[in-house]
Design a protein around this ligand. Structure first.
Ligand code: NAP
Ligand code: MG
Length: 511
């Protein structure tokens, strides 16, 4: 008898889910009105998963109107009521954890062990975190700061939030956008990437099932150019929260400023991985392979540039390449798969082109090709290690978003830190050393929104995720993100009851 734990589960029947359409507006599914359709493809097999009608501008207008209509009622709920609904949402997600994992694997090609152990439990934990955060509105203490008045702050929701998400972690990105927004009393319209709408829609349906009122969470599935631009420019949307590439983020910022929206930008990354010569080499090699290949390298915080101090350099290159060669590529549903395909053939070809251009000036130590055989029909690419590239070369400087690690040597600690900081990005970084002084210096001097020491990748709900430099501004997760989705109002009460206040003399009269 085959061991049932090794059985490959049946693929998720996504095509049955959204028969009524893939726009979730006011608690109902409707069809998009753009006149165009999109077919979601399983990147592991190349097979069609689901065809849906893309949103047009009218659908965005309808979703914004639903969110606007729901706002006053939702904003008036107590923090405790919102908290209870979010705990119920966590319960619904927990009951459906298996379905969510299979759907996320299907639309992205992620191995099931990743979606089961990372994407889905992380999302449930975020939901519980924001259920708690909803009841912890923070601000300065009320006091008579002027002597004559009582001052206090109110932390208020902003209104309708318009959010745009990328395809690399569709469920987690939906959660990172929706949860802090609604926990704080806002309503939301989220546009996931066209490639990966399935789990965002399932998340919104779970919100309804948990009892969150219609119109609080709306999903528009359409193109960035049409639905995305219209959402960002919409006059009834008070805040834009965007996660995606730096180039699209700049365009979003230009559109958002025309209506002076609050803006939250989580953009690209090119994370350095700095290995000092007293590091535990085993730990660094394992960390580099896991940190660069997680989610097939399609992770904005993935290790992309390893800087290794000269005494460890040769051994690091050799051992990292050898470990990369043991990683098992395979079908995302197969239990022994370590590495799935990229999200699409387009993304795979883009990564392959980066590596092919690098062959002219650098050395491909391992990988650098798509696998053949059974996997040739999917968007696969072998784990790739590139050495001997110059610091100013494209493969070191540009985000390529695939299973590719570049390794470069350095001599002094100063040089290692300088090279780590030498790209436009600043999302995440790691430092590897057994010296607390060297590691601590790296945490101070590396310009990034997160610096790990002797690890690379873990995130937690309590701590902020967000960039420095061209990686954007604004934080996801944590109380910092909750605060981004609120605005602070100063309320000042006169305590004197005097008709003429002391300060009036600066404007009229002296008596
Ligand atoms: P992308 O091409 O920038 O697209 C992101 C989203 O923006 C998609 O939903 C896209 O829609 C939409 N969009 C495109 N043009 C738009 C426009 N003119 N106006 C409004 N929306 C528009 O990014 P991606 O290829 O999906 O994802 C990869 C990128 O995301 C990488 O750069 C990665 O570093 C970044 N990322 C950053 C973080 C972070 O936390 N900092 C996390 C994850 C990913 P369609 O594609 O559906 O047309
Ligand atoms: Mg893109």
């Amino acid at each position: 008898m085959p061991d049932p734990r090794n059985a490959t589960p049946e693929r998720f029947p996504a095509h049955d889910l959204f028969q009524a359409g893939a726009q979730y507006i006011g608690g109902r599914l409707t069809k998009g009105s753009s006149g165009r359709t999109h077919t979601v493809i399983d990147p592991a097999t190349g097979e069609d998963v689901l065809t849906y009608e893309l949103a047009g501008r009218d659908d965005v207008d309808a979703a914004v109107a639903a969110a606007r209509a729901a706002f006053p009622g939702w904003a008036a709920t107590t923090p405790g009521e919102r908290s209870n609904l979010l705990y119920r949402l966590a319960g619904v997600l927990n009951e459906r954890a298996g379905e969510f994992a299979r759907a996320e694997s299907l639309q992205c090609g992620k191995p099931l062990k990743l979606t089961r152990e990372f994407d889905v439990p992380g999302t449930i934990d975020n939901t519980r975190f924001f259920a708690g955060a909803a009841r912890h509105l923070q601000g300065q203490s009320a006091a008579e700061y002027s002597g004559d008045h009582t001052s206090y702050v109110r932390r208020e929701p902003i209104g309708v939030v318009g959010s745009i998400a990328p395809w690399n972690y569709p469920l987690q990105m939906a959660a990172w956008k929706i949860l802090p927004a609604i926990a704080a009393g806002n309503t939301i319209v989220l546009k996931p990437a066209q490639l990966t709408p399935v789990t965002s829609l399932m998340f919104a349906q779970a919100c309804t099932e948990a009892g969150i009122p219609d119109g609080v969470v709306n999903i528009i599935t359409g193109s960035g150019r049409e639905a995305g631009e219209h959402l960002v420019g919409h006059p009834d949307v008070a805040m834009t929260s965007f996660t995606g590439s730096t180039s699209v983020g700049k365009r979003v910022a230009e559109t958002a400023i025309t209506t002076v929206k609050r803006l939250h930008l989580e953009l690209g990354g090119k994370a350095p991985f700095v290995v000092f010569d007293d590091a535990d080499l085993d730990a660094a090699v394992n960390g580099a392979v896991a940190g660069s290949l997680i989610n097939t390298g399609q992770d904005c915080t993935a290790a992309t540039r390893a800087y290794v101090q000269r005494p460890l350099y040769e051994a690091f290159v050799e051992r990292t390449a050898a470990l990369m060669e043991t990683v098992r590529l395979g079908d995302s549903y197969a239990p022994d798969t370590d590495l799935g395909p990229l999200v699409s053939l387009t993304q795979r070809d883009s990564v392959a082109a980066f590596v092919d251009r690098a062959r002219g000036y650098a050395r491909v130590v391992t990988g650098g090709e798509a696998p053949g055989g059974e996997l040739a029909k999917g968007a696969y690419y072998r784990p790739t290690l590139v050495a001997d590239a110059a610091q100013d070369s494209e493969i070191v400087q540009s985000e390529l978003f695939g299973p590719v690690l570049v390794v470069l040597p350095f001599d002094t600690d100063d040089e290692g830190i300088r090279l780590a900081n030498d790209t436009p990005y600043g999302l995440a970084a790691s430092a590897w050393s057994t010296s607390v002084y060297r590691a601590n210096r790296a945490t101070r001097e590396i310009e990034a929104g997160c610096v790990w020491v002797n690890d690379h990748i873990p995130i937690i709900s309590e701590m902020p995720h967000g960039g420095y430099k061209a990686s954007g501004y604004g934080k996801d997760m944590s109380v910092y993100s909750f605060e981004e989705y609120t605005q602070v109002k100063h309320v000042m009460f006169d305590n004197t009851a005097d008709a003429r206040k002391g300060w009036h003399r600066t404007v009229f009269g002296e008596q």
